[in-house]
Design a protein around this ligand. Structure first.
Ligand SMILES: [Zn+2]
Ligand SMILES: [Zn+2]
Length: 81
């Protein structure tokens, strides 16, 4: 998994949260992603990421998990290419 579990949001200093579906950190208080998209136009993670964290679909995490397992197998880890 990613490093920096204990880092906080730069703006509000709340604890930041991680969404494994998009492999990205976010702040619920600011309702903002704390990571820019990686810039790969073929990137599944970024393509699926909603504009705001509050607009993430609820549920279906198990289905995502299977999908992501496949992707990681093919692509290696996100944002570290
Ligand atoms: Zn914040
Ligand atoms: Zn990406």
């Amino acid at each position: 998994m990613r490093k920096g579990m204990n880092r906080r949001c730069d703006k509000c200093q709340e604890k930041r949260l991680y969404d494994e579906r998009y492999d990205a950190w976010y702040c619920l208080t600011c309702d903002e992603w704390l990571e820019k998209e990686c810039g790969d136009s073929n990137c599944f993670f970024c393509a699926m990421r909603p504009h705001k964290p509050s607009r993430r679909p609820k549920g279906e995490v198990n289905r995502w998990r299977e999908l992501l397992k496949e992707l990681y197998k093919r692509k290696g880890s996100h944002n570290e290419m």
